[in-house]
Design a protein around this ligand. Structure first.
Ligand code: HPA
Ligand code: ZN
Length: 346
């Protein structure tokens, strides 16, 4: 047993940074830094509507999810070749490893690229090769989750799934992202049923901007194993109770929520309440190049703004990240022991 009360608060920042953790909600296209956007644009002979890196970064002022997505898809448009996808993911893995991320499950949006004529094979092979390199270079265990864009049709989701299935061995599951409002989970009921039948893991963004009813239909209709974001569950006490009782993971992204105005400030974030209610909450970076930081930046900003979170909660959040992952029970047990050692030695 770790005596959390015996660990002084002065150790908190160091523990947040150095303890092992998993990242379960990162859109790899959202890790594309402005410098790499310009480099890839030049490599691929594309021109950007921004004069330089600073001008692009200055455009990163969002009022809601859609205002972000417009810029995010524009940024992703410089990705053309297998090597581009590999370079993007390797840049993320270097930063994640520096944050002591030992396991990562990466979202990718193939439709963003196939719509521009990029073959799905270039996307998946570039990312899969990077996952293998992350293991070799950083001892970081990584896997891929294919996301369907919910602003497009279910037929389009079936179509990209078909294109991706020859590469089935390279992704472990499917998710649902992009514009949430007006695109409820049930729009994708049949394609998710097919994915479950194929043995893929299933997750979905729900309750970021959408109502608690979207979280319920993600659970009941899509039968997801995790909810991405899910913070609007607080509006329904019955739903909070259901999520807690089932230990349904919520992959929460604190800096993202503040940048996209889900909360007016970090001090108003509901993460402490969710954790106190017994939910399996995890901390994640979502789109770190756009929202002001990678995983440790999220941990540090969250704990700085919310004094009710202490050493015990830090350990719980990191433990949750392993518990909620799709890794094997054996891998989870190893990480839990590694995590306990980090805190026991503090
Ligand atoms: N929400 C929905 N779709 C997304 C996001 C997000 O935070 N990031 C990238 N695609
Ligand atoms: Zn997301």
């Amino acid at each position: 047993m770790i005596d959390f009360d015996a660990i002084p608060r002065s150790r908190l920042n160091g523990l947040l940074r150095s303890a092992p953790k998993a990242e379960l909600h990162i859109h790899i296209e959202g890790s594309l830094e402005p410098e790499l956007i310009f480099e890839l644009a030049q490599r691929n002979g594309l021109s950007l509507p921004y004069a330089n890196v600073n001008a692009l970064r200055a455009a990163y002022a969002f009022k809601d999810l859609q205002s972000f997505l417009d810029i995010y898809y524009a940024g992703a448009s410089v990705l053309r070749t297998e090597a581009d996808f590999h370079a993007m993911a390797m840049a993320y893995f270097a930063r994640a490893a520096a944050d002591h991320v030992v396991h990562a499950e990466l979202f990718f949006d193939p439709q963003t690229h196939t719509e521009r004529g990029v073959p799905v094979q270039a996307v998946i092979q570039g990312l899969a090769r990077a996952c293998a390199d992350a293991r070799r270079l950083h001892d970081l265990d990584a896997s891929l989750i294919l996301c369907f864009l919910r602003h497009l049709s279910e037929a389009a989701a079936f179509d990209v799934l078909e294109q991706a299935l020859p590469h089935r061995q390279h992704f472990i599951g499917v998710g649902l992202d992009s514009s949430e409002r007006g695109h409820p989970p049930e729009k994708f009921a049949r394609v998710f049923a097919k994915c479950r039948a194929l043995g893929l893991h299933v997750v979905a963004h729900a309750g970021e901007e959408g109502p608690p009813a979207y979280i319920e239909s993600a659970l009941d209709v899509l039968k997801v194993e995790r909810i991405d974001h899910g913070v609007r569950c607080v509006e329904s006490p019955a739903l909070v109770q259901r999520l807690a009782a089932s230990r349904m993971p919520l992959t929460v992204c604190p800096l993202s929520n503040v940048k996209l105005c889900v909360y007016p400030s970090m001090a108003q974030h509901q993460l402490p309440a969710l954790l106190a209610a017994g939910l399996c909450v995890t901390v994640n970076s979502d789109d770190p190049a756009y929202f002001g930081g990678y995983l440790n930046d999220n941990f540090v900003a969250t704990f700085e703004a919310l004094p009710q979170l202490g050493v015990r909660e830090a350990h719980q959040l990191m433990r949750n990240s392993f518990e909620a992952s799709f890794a094997s029970d054996q891998a989870k047990a190893g990480w839990h022991a590694q995590l306990d050692r980090a805190f026991a030695g503090a």
